[in-house]
Design a protein around this ligand. Structure first.
Ligand code: PGA
Length: 241
């Protein structure tokens, strides 16, 4: 794992954004694995800016998102579909048909997981996957204990994750209890992985990732088995490393 140390959130976003924009320019048909949450918002700001200034085109780019809340309609402002539109897709020239987010309101969620996983395969896999890290070490919504062999599946969110994400909702009761997430094996199949971490809240998780061994108790440690992972972390996130 390569580690790029940066000063703060802004620098993390710029360094990651530059790398993604460069990959898109070098491979206009790239399949990007995208993430939601506070961490990638600055990266998406960078990509929007770069699109406007440099004209990097997303016309032939395909995106696959990591996860979606179960029961959440794509039009719900708390859905990850909605997040991606508002934070990125509405501001660049992505083609709607090339955007993939798990369907959290599918009639048959098990079939949706199979369909999503198959879809990624049919795209030829993910070229570059963007990841955040949960305070408990989750990647996507793969909570501690998730087998590293997992494929896209339904998860019950941990209390820790629901609490962390409750900041986006009126109250913790409103945070969905389940989600669909790419599995750890799905993520590890990506040809390149970019993991971002910013802020003191992530410092313990980052330290455990960097200092301790591989364990299913700590999903992010699975990344140590991957040959092409870059971690971009700021000073606060590296406080204990
Ligand atoms: P955050 O979430 O970017 O909102 O901190 C990251 C994650 O939980 O993977």
């Amino acid at each position: 794992m390569e580690i790029i140390k940066v000063a703060n959130y802004e620098e993390m976003s710029t360094v990651a954004g530059k790398r993604i924009a460069e990959r898109v320019r070098n491979n206009p048909n790239i399949v990007l694995g995208l993430a939601t949450g506070s961490t990638p918002q600055g990266v998406y700001q960078y990509l929007i800016h770069d699109f406007k200034i440099n004209g990097t085109s997303y016309k032939n780019v395909t995106s696959v998102n990591l996860d979606e809340y179960v029961g959440m309609d794509p039009e719900d402002p708390n859905s990850y579909h909605y997040f991606m539109r508002k934070n990125l897709f509405d501001h660049i020239n992505m083609v709607n048909e090339n955007v993939h987010v798990p369907n959290g309101v599918a009639n048959n969620l098990d079939e949706e997981c199979i369909r999503y996983e198959q879809g990624i395969k049919e795209l030829g896999g993910i070229d570059l996957q963007l990841l955040g890290i949960g305070e408990n070490g989750h990647i996507g919504f793969n909570e501690p204990g998730t087998p590293f062999s997992s494929r896209t599946h339904i998860v019950t969110l941990s209390e820790n994750t629901r609490k962390a994400n409750s900041r986006f909702f009126a109250s913790i009761e409103d945070v969905p209890k389940q989600a669909i997430t790419m599995g750890i094996a799905t993520i590890l199949d990506s040809r390149e992985i970019l993991l971002l971490a910013s802020g003191e809240k992530k410092a313990k998780a980052v330290a455990r990732l960097l200092k301790q061994g591989i364990s299913e108790d700590f999903p992010a440690s699975s990344l140590k088995q991957h040959k092409n992972v870059t971690i971009i972390a700021d000073q606060d996130a590296l406080k204990y490393s």
